[in-house]
Design a protein around this ligand. Structure first.
Ligand code: ATP
Ligand code: MG
Length: 362
């Protein structure tokens, strides 16, 4: 069976370091491994509109920002098909048919949607489109017959929902769809990177992010103001590692060689953590270390982004070309789906002959 990747991001803002460790870094690695037959990367503008219906301009403005972040991180349009969701009408059609295979109570149980409804204060007025976005996500994944979906942990319920839809579809109508597997980051800290404020998840919508495209000064300011252990007041005080965002970010980004480069008094992260817990290690020193490491990742990304920013029409052209290729694949799946559901009346000569016979014998 062909190995196919589908993944993507909502154009609700520029991409941040949570995206980078949760999905983007992995995608680039997979892309360059040569192990996959096809890679589809989707800018999920239609999904972004489900909770930004009153602000389409935000979505429109951020498409190019996300595309630039992709290119800056090393996604390569020669190897990966990058496309815009709303420009592929087959995705809507697939969603429409999948809606019949999912119950309202099943959607209500989705823990990510529940948390997002709360975060957006939607309780009394949930847009139907937002409530059903897990179904539209199943359409996105299955339209490309994806076998592998590299995403952060918050996407687990979506992939599970997709798998259920695929099973139900294939049992009800016959095998036409592929059941995908989720691919999570192997490093635990990267599964769901917390926000700068210590909140459960760094998220564009919560505005608690370090963006990939920020300037060194902005990043420094954010790191220096980061949430640590509120009870670690004096340097001599013992400090907590659990829930301390600075250490979580170090877990996600720090490599052994960073110590000899930037903090040679320690051999590894365990030694640094032990000192912090004992007392005698100040937040500022740890934050400066984190800043140096982050810049090692982010500086080359920013530099590449600046290059791509010089030719914006070329980036739109790349997206248009990717969208054209993606649409051709989605059209094939939609045709297979309609065949399986037997809603292919005009292509079905046997149906027409059978009906003709029925009416002749009347
Ligand atoms: P929004 O707030 O608009 O939902 P977001 O920041 O959650 O934006 P998405 O576009 O929803 O970003 O997510 C894109 C991808 O990045 C998904 O695979 C998701 O799992 C991953 N991701 C997002 N935030 C994080 C995070 N903090 N840690 C790890 N992965 C993340
Ligand atoms: Mg999200």
């Amino acid at each position: 069976m062909a190995k196919i990747i589908l993944t993507g991001d909502r154009p609700t803002g520029r991409l941040h370091i949570g995206h980078y460790v949760g999905s983007l870094r992995e995608r680039v690695k997979l892309q360059n491994s040569g192990e996959f037959d096809k890679i589809f990367i989707m800018i999920a503008d239609a999904q972004a509109l489900t909770d930004n219906a009153d602000n389409p301009e935000k979505v429109r403005q951020n498409i190019i920002e996300v595309a630039l972040d992709y290119l800056a991180c090393g996604l390569d349009p020669e190897k990966s098909i990058i496309f815009i969701q709303s420009q592929i009408p087959q995705l809507c059609e697939l969603s429409f048919y999948y809606m019949n295979l999912v119950t309202v109570s099943r959607l209500q149980r989705n823990p990510t949607v529940k948390a997002e409804i709360q975060a957006r204060n939607f309780e009394a007025s949930i847009p139907v489109g937002f409530f059903t976005y897990p179904i539209s996500q199943a359409a996105d994944i299955t339209a490309f017959q994806a076998t592998t979906v590299p995403v952060g942990e918050d996407q687990m319920p979506m992939i599970e929902q997709t798998r259920e839809i695929v099973r139900k579809f294939n049992i009800t109508y016959g095998e036409a769809l592929t059941e995908p597997d989720i691919l999570l980051p192997s490093n635990e800290a990267c599964l769901r990177l917390p926000g700068l404020d210590g909140k459960a998840k760094m998220s564009k919508s919560l505005d608690n992010c370090i963006y990939l495209s920020e300037t060194a000064d902005e990043i420094k300011k954010k790191v220096m103001n980061m949430y640590t252990d509120p009870e670690h007041i004096r340097v001599a005080d013992p400090g907590k590692i659990e829930g301390n965002t600075v250490f979580t970010y170090l877990d996600a980004f720090c490599q052994p060689e960073h110590f000899s480069k930037y903090l040679p008094d320690y051999n590894n992260l365990d030694e640094l953590k032990a000192h912090y817990q004992r007392g005698g290690l100040g937040d500022v020193k740890v934050k400066k270390f984190l800043y140096a490491i982050l810049m090692e990742y982010l500086e080359p990304i920013k530099k590449r982004r600046t290059e791509f920013e010089k030719d914006i029409p070329a980036v739109y052209k790349m997206l248009q070309e990717g969208t054209r290729k993606a649409e051709a694949v989605a059209a094939q799946t939609l045709a297979a789906v309609k065949d399986a559901m037997r809603i292919n009346y005009f292509d079905d000569a046997a149906l027409i002959a059978e009906q003709a016979k029925k009416f002749q014998n009347k």
